[in-house]
Design a protein around this ligand. Structure first.
Ligand SMILES: O=C(O)c1cc(=O)[nH]c(=O)n1[C@@H]1O[C@H](COP(=O)(O)O)[C@@H](O)[C@H]1O
Length: 291
């Protein structure tokens, strides 16, 4: 197992960065299909014996990155938990992104950004432009201002060899109210989003760089998930889903699933060994179910 399967490599004679989808596929093959979220909830800081302040946030985040970034395919820091401490919290996030990337993990910053296109360009500059302090391998975005509003992020990601994960069918029970509603053309809003994603990824090999977020908690997907891109599946652990739910929800698309878990692993800290063993158990269970 290489220590940095996720690092970009430039193809010989080409200066374009290796696309995110290819890097993700390689990282999942080498390290197992798992994304661990870094969600420093106040309750987790307390259970780790840390104060709910910037020093506690720093210690928590550093422990997770040091324990997991050299072995887990994807780490997903949730921006809100850092933003709640203001600029010093965001500085912790910046360091975590850089440290995790240099240890070989792909970093998917969970920011769920969405705005009119001209503002989306500023979010793209923040997360998807190399050299930005928050530059990440990928970022989560919301398409609910219209898929076209995401264009600046999609373009910036492509230019940087980065990825974008677009909310389609979220893991929370309220999501269906909007996402299952019927859009123009008689298909669901979620299906419309998925169809756009499929168009973005057309022809990409081995996997496109535009992902969809589809909760592992769903009773069934009920949509066509063949988007030729990664399917981030949050909801394992604390939200009640498990590896055994993945085949039912994702069907044939299960090969492209990136199962995601935060509290279910983080609750095994603060011992680095506890975090590592918990992540390894999740990978084993997922591999067992997915074959
Ligand atoms: O985009 C996400 O990551 C996400 C989408 C979704 O539909 N549901 C969902 O839970 N998430 C995120 O995934 C993480 C789930 O955390 P746990 O419930 O602790 O595993 C949180 O950071 C959520 O914000």
């Amino acid at each position: 197992m290489s220590s940095s399967p996720a690092s970009p490599t430039a193809s010989p004679g080409s200066s374009s960065p290796e696309p995110f989808g290819a890097r993700l596929r390689r990282a999942m093959d080498a390290r197992g299909p798992l994304c661990v979220g870094i969600d420093p909830h106040a309750s987790l800081l307390a259970s780790w014996g840390l104060d709910d302040d910037v020093a506690g946030l720093e210690r928590f985040t550093r422990t997770v990155v040091d324990a997991l970034a050299d072995r887990v395919a994807v780490l997903k820091p949730q921006s809100a938990f850092f933003e709640r401490f203001g600029s010093r919290g965001v500085a912790v996030l910046e360091r975590a992104i850089a440290d995790a990337r240099s240890a070989g993990a792909l970093v998917l910053t969970d920011a769920k950004r969405g705005d009119i296109g001209s503002t989306m360009a500023a979010y793209a500059a923040a997360y998807l432009e190399p050299g930005s302090p928050l530059f990440s391998d990928a970022v989560t975005v919301s398409p609910y201002l219209g898929f076209g509003s995401l264009r600046p992020a999609l373009d910036a990601a492509k230019a940087a060899g980065a990825g974008v994960f677009v909310l389609a069918l979220t893991s929370n029970p309220e999501g269906g109210q909007v996402q299952r509603a019927t859009a123009a053309g008689g298909v669901s809003v979620a299906q419309t989003v998925l169809d756009h994603i499929a168009r973005e990824n057309a022809g990409a090999e081995p996997l496109g760089s535009v992902g969809a977020v589809v909760g592992a908690t769903l009773a069934e997907a009920g949509v066509d998930l063949s988007v030729n891109g990664p399917l981030l599946a949050p909801g394992l652990g604390a939200q009640g889903a498990g590896a055994e739910d993945l085949p039912r929800v994702f069907g044939d698309a299960v090969r492209d699933v990136v199962p995601s878990i935060s509290r279910g692993v983080l609750g095994h800290g603060p011992s680095p060994a506890g975090l590592r063993e918990s992540a390894a158990r999740e990978v084993d269970r997922i591999r067992e179910v997915l074959g």
